[in-house]
Design a protein around this ligand. Structure first.
Ligand SMILES: Nc1ncnc2c1ncn2[C@@H]1O[C@H](COP(=O)(O)OP(=O)(O)OP(=O)(O)O)[C@@H](O)[C@H]1O
Ligand SMILES: [Mg+2]
Length: 433
């Protein structure tokens, strides 16, 4: 026991305390050493942890940067997407607004396709069958009162034959000259783009038949122009009573053009009646007493225009058996085309290129054959073949583009053409006779 009342007691206490201190000192020192080692270990752990944390922090920092970048890009993408969405919205609104016109356009396209299909079908049908069948469809839009006006018209004589080189042009030119010389006001129309009739007229008026305008084109245009100021009709050059309408190669193009537009139903009027529109005009009807048309040897749009503008048809033919067959075939085609011009009358077959001034006995069987073929084709018993006049083959008639029209140039040919003119006039009399 120790107490603090006396010095001994205190000394005793100190001794005890000292004893205890000595006793526990190693333990304290051991404890302190332990604490030092622990502290070192703790510090080591702390350093290790710190390093690890640092690495994680750096890693996290990088990740955060990446995330930040991704976020920035996302924001940009979102902005872009929003802009696009707004644009799309605007486009959608526009598309909705435009739908009505687009629908209308689509309907228009559909109509166009239907119309084109119809036209293709028309072309297909038109390309089958022969030329007469091709041209024989019922009349479309033509001038008012066409049939009555053509019935009341001055004689319009068409000289035609599908066979080439039979004398159509020679006959047309010489008869036109003959009637003019008799005092009739005559209008001759060339419908052959080779311009044979025109060349004869030019030669007759001492003009060089080289390049010249194809005035007949004007008569076939969509709108009939003011022709009568001299632009389409050449007045009084070959003979003062004989005017003519020229034809040249541009007419071929126009013919094809008319043909296609007719097949495709592209023109507002029926192109087959364009020449009729000119010939039945007041000017022609009041200025002339006779019209003579020289047809081409092919069934083109020009030929059809000649056919629809005429009231009399004359068929020049060489008098042999082969030509007799050709005349019959041609008459059949004319018959088939009758519905488009019910006024046209096959008024005569003219023998050409004979060896003498009359129909030779040797040629009679061929003439009979032609007559029979035409009668069968027309289902008629009329005397079509002109037996009292022929166009003899003679060098004086063989035309030359340098010399002009035989009737006017070679007086010896006149009786022959006078006889032919009489026959033709008897069958195609002047108005009022
Ligand atoms: N009476 C005749 N005498 C001699 N030759 C003629 C006679 N008639 C025509 N010819 C000649 O015969 C050829 C053909 O005549 P023309 O041009 O008149 O026939 P076309 O039937 O009009 O021919 P195309 O079918 O080519 O139009 C011409 O060279 C012409 O000069
Ligand atoms: Mg000819």
């Amino acid at each position: 026991m120790c107490g603090w009342e006396s010095p001994d007691e205190i000394a005793q206490c100190v001794v005890v305390a000292k004893y205890w201190l000595d006793t526990i000192r190693p333990w304290i020192e051991f404890g302190l050493s332990l604490a030092g080692v622990g502290t070192l270990i703790a510090f080591g752990i702390f350093v290790w942890l710190f390093k690890n944390c640092r690495r994680d922090i750096d890693h996290l920092q990088t990740k955060a940067d990446e995330l930040r970048e991704i976020t920035r890009q996302s924001i940009e993408a979102k902005d872009e997407a929003e802009t696009k969405a707004r644009l799309l919205e605007r486009n959608l609104a526009f598309a909705i607004e435009s739908r009505a016109p687009a629908d209308e356009h689509l309907r228009g396209c559909r109509d166009e396709i239907t119309s084109l299909s119809r036209k293709v079908a028309l072309v297909r049908t038109a390309s089958q069958g022969d030329a007469a069948e091709f041209w024989s469809t019922s009349p479309g839009l033509r001038m008012d009162d066409y049939v009555r006006r053509l019935g009341d018209s001055i004689p319009v004589c068409l000289f035609a034959n599908q066979k080439g080189g039979v004398g159509k042009t020679t006959l047309s030119a010489n008869l036109a000259a003959c009637y003019a010389a008799r005092g009739e006001r005559v209008l001759a129309i060339d419908l052959d783009y080779q311009g044979s009739l025109t060349s004869l007229m030019l030669a007759q008026s001492r003009q060089r038949p080289t390049e010249f305008p194809s005035a007949v084109d004007l008569l076939h245009r969509d709108e009939l122009p003011e022709l009568w100021s001299g632009s389409a009709i050449v007045e009084g050059k070959a003979h003062h009573k004989l005017d003519y309408v020229s034809c040249w190669y541009s007419f071929e193009k126009l013919e094809r053009n008319m043909e296609y537009s007719w097949v495709l139903a592209d023109s507002k009027d029926d192109i087959r009646y364009r020449l009729a529109r000119a010939i039945l005009s007041e000017h022609v009807q009041n200025t002339y007493e006779r019209v003579i048309i020289d047809a081409p040897p092919r069934m083109t749009a020009g030929f059809l225009n000649g056919l629809c503008a005429s009231n009399y048809l004359f068929v020049p033919t060489v008098v042999d058996h082969v030509s007799a067959i050709a005349v019959g075939t041609f008459a059949k085609q004319v018959r088939r085309l009758q519905p488009i011009n019910p006024i046209l009358k096959l008024a005569g077959i003219v023998g050409t290129m004979t060896s003498v001034d009359y129909l030779p006995t040797a040629a009679a069987p061929a003439a009979d054959s032609a007559e029979t073929n035409v009668r069968n084709a027309m289902n008629s018993n009329e005397n079509f073949f002109i037996r009292d006049a022929v166009m003899r083959r003679t060098q004086k008639v063989a035309y030359s583009t340098e010399e002009g029209i035989a009737y006017l140039q070679e007086p010896q040919t006149r009786p022959m053409f006078e006889a032919l003119a009489d026959e033709v006039a008897r069958r195609a009399p002047l108005k009022g006779r």
